[in-house]
Design a protein around this ligand. Sequence first.
Ligand code: GDP
Length: 138
Amino acid sequence: MAQRTFSIIKPDAVRKGHTGAVLAEIEKAGFQIVAIKKQSISRAQAEGFYHVHKERPFFGELTQFMSTGPIVLMVLEKANAIADLRKLMGATNPANAEEGTIRKKFAGSIQENAIHGSDGDETAAFEIGYWFAGYELI
Ligand code: GDP
């Protein structure tokens, strides 16, 4: 059964001109793009999105980074979308990411790591609802 997940092409990858290449990897892996938009986000919007990380030492740096330039927000669909996107992304730290993954190809550092993907059912539901209205997902 088809499952939905939420993804962001982060500002580092957009800035370097990798938007099209990342989208191609996503489509090649069999995901349907249900919804997509490019926008700049505020620090406050980034803080709300990453609220689960607010006690982590890098929270300030991360939310600042996410508001440094335009990002591409997407809802993606396929069977096993959540786990399959995590696999396609690769490890958080690109130094540990497997060959062929998006982070291996496009990430610059543990923070500026090119792509976000929901890590479970509940986070996917929260993240899709945080950035997209129901009428955008028809
Ligand atoms: P993900 O699920 O692989 O994206 O990783 P996490 O949920 O652990 O962290 C969320 C995001 O915070 C990561 O994608 C990175 O952009 C950033 N991040 C994670 N660990 C670190 C760290 O040790 N230092 C910094 N500066 N950023 C980090």
